[in-house]
Write a protein that binds this ligand. Structure first.
Ligand code: HEC
Ligand code: HEC
Ligand code: HEC
Ligand code: HEC
Ligand code: HEC
Ligand code: HEC
Ligand code: HEC
Length: 254
């Protein structure tokens, strides 16, 4: 590890196989790292749930990162915040990544890239933030912060997308696999943040079967789709346009 003019290049080795490079750990003028125990004095509730968070498992390959604790990897060095008893210049003396996601991008550069894709959730624009979908402190990081009783992935999306998550008489069973079966959650190069731009999105689960040799027919879901294939994507108007579900039609036409 080299330290050049306060700029450290630290390699985290998590319990998973991912290595993440931290370029420039968070800095707060004049402050030093105080350690997780120091936070417990005043933020007992968070300190109690934190050990179950994936971020609590962060560790360095060769022992501890000097002075930098779990809490401070996201909140920056806390000594000045503590000395002031949390009062006087919250903005200045402690980092809150709920207001600015830059702290997360130190280690999740690939996520930052996703938010730059042409179709993306407006996080970098400041209209949304990571904690609307991720609980930064608790065990279930895919739950939004704020103690909402949400257990399924889709319910995270349902906070804001009522139209797609309301009950349908004919629900598309694909939704049971989660919205992310078809949508990227951060950003995508495809319209509507789809994981594939064309009918391949659907054919992953609905096999396309060739008819008897030389007939040239194509079957999907046991039905002859030979002429339908010319229309474009499976969800073109007039076809399965009600991809999320329908109250009228079992094969999701409207
Ligand atoms: C001496 C008590 C005390 C200690 C120790 C302490 N804090 Fe705080 N902290 C406060 C108070 C008071 C507030 C403001 C009220 C609140 O949000 O609870 C606060 C607020 C915060 C906030 C919210 C900032 C914002 O922008 O709203 C964060 C983040 C935070 N503390 C992190 C930490 C971390 C990390 C540690 C350990 C390094 C720590 N605190 C140690 C008292 C303390
Ligand atoms: C993965 C990054 C991350 C880690 C690690 C982390 N926090 Fe936070 N913390 C956040 C984010 C993001 C928010 C904003 C949450 C929100 O706005 O709902 C936050 C908010 C807070 C707040 C103020 C809001 C509140 O819920 O009271 C306090 C206090 C706090 N954290 C303390 C801690 C302590 C203490 C630890 C270690 C035990 C810790 N944090 C570890 C990311 C983190
Ligand atoms: C100091 C580096 C660091 C910072 C800062 C950081 N993370 Fe992480 N994060 C990691 C590592 C390393 C893992 C992998 C942990 C594991 O797999 O056990 C991880 C895991 C995650 C996961 C779960 C990924 C999975 O595959 O289950 C999410 C979600 C996440 N981080 C979001 C955030 C958010 C949101 C923030 C900012 C509030 C943030 N992280 C800040 C290093 C960091
Ligand atoms: C609209 C909801 C939403 C927002 C906002 C969001 N995420 Fe995610 N994120 C998810 C979901 C859902 C997954 C799981 C993806 C999957 O299973 O395909 C995920 C996965 C992750 C992962 C692990 C997988 C990966 O892509 O590396 C990390 C790390 C992560 N998010 C970090 C962040 C950070 C940092 C922010 C804020 C800058 C953020 N997320 C904002 C919904 C969101
Ligand atoms: C906190 C609110 C919020 C949450 C939670 C949320 N979204 Fe979004 N979503 C938005 C906003 C805001 C936009 C941008 C809308 C716009 O630009 O018109 C958006 C856009 C989208 C779009 C593109 C819509 C279009 O017309 O191009 C899709 C698809 C989408 N979100 C899916 C998801 C999925 C999947 C989840 C869960 C992983 C999710 N959203 C969670 C607020 C949210
Ligand atoms: C089977 C694949 C699939 C699944 C699963 C899925 N979607 Fe979609 N979604 C699509 C397709 C395809 C479109 C584009 C429809 C179009 O362009 O007419 C779309 C469009 C959207 C839009 C944009 C709507 C608009 O009017 O432009 C939002 C928002 C959205 N989906 C949210 C969600 C949410 C939230 C979930 C989970 C509850 C989800 N989707 C699950 C395939 C899916
Ligand atoms: C994650 C897997 C998955 C994806 C992706 C998926 N589906 Fe489905 N879909 C299912 C399952 C499971 C069923 C119920 C069993 C069946 O009919 O095959 C179903 C049923 C249907 C039905 C009703 C069929 C019937 O005969 O009753 C239609 C129509 C449909 N899907 C269209 C689509 C379209 C259009 C797409 C692409 C936008 C798509 N599906 C993507 C899993 C998926």
């Amino acid at each position: 590890m080299t330290l050049v003019a306060g700029v450290g290049l630290l390699l985290f080795n998590s319990c998973s196989t991912t290595d993440r490079t931290v370029v420039v750990p968070l800095q707060i003028a004049g402050a030093t790292f105080a350690g997780d125990k120091a936070c417990a004095d005043c933020h007992e509730k968070i300190t109690r749930v934190f050990p179950a968070s994936p971020h609590a498992r962060l560790h360095l390959e060769n022992g501890q990162l000097p002075g930098q604790s779990g809490c401070e990897s996201c909140h920056g060095p806390g000594s000045k915040h503590i000395a002031l008893g949390g009062r006087g210049g919250l903005e200045k003396f402690i980092v809150n990544p709920g207001k600015d996601p830059q702290a997360c991008f130190q280690c999740h550069a690939e996520v930052q890239t996703e938010f730059h894709f042409p179709q993306h959730h407006p996080v970098l624009e400041g209209k949304m933030n990571c904690v609307q979908c991720h609980d930064p402190h608790g065990a279930d990081i895919l739950k939004p912060a704020g103690g909402l009783a949400m257990s399924r992935l889709n319910e995270t999306c349902a906070q804001c997308h009522r139209e797609q998550t309301r009950p349908f008489i004919y629900e598309h069973p694909a939704l049971r696999e989660g919205c992310t079966a078809c949508h990227s959650s951060h950003g995508s190069i495809n319209a509507k943040m789809l994981t594939a731009p064309d009918s391949n999105l659907c054919l992953r689960c609905h096999a396309q079967v060739a008819g008897p040799a030389a007939s040239g027919r194509i079957y999907i879901g046991g039905r002859d789709h030979t002429s339908s294939m010319a229309f474009g994507s499976c969800w073109t108007a007039g076809c399965h346009a009600a991809v999320h579900g329908s109250n009228i039609h079992p094969i999701l036409l409207y």
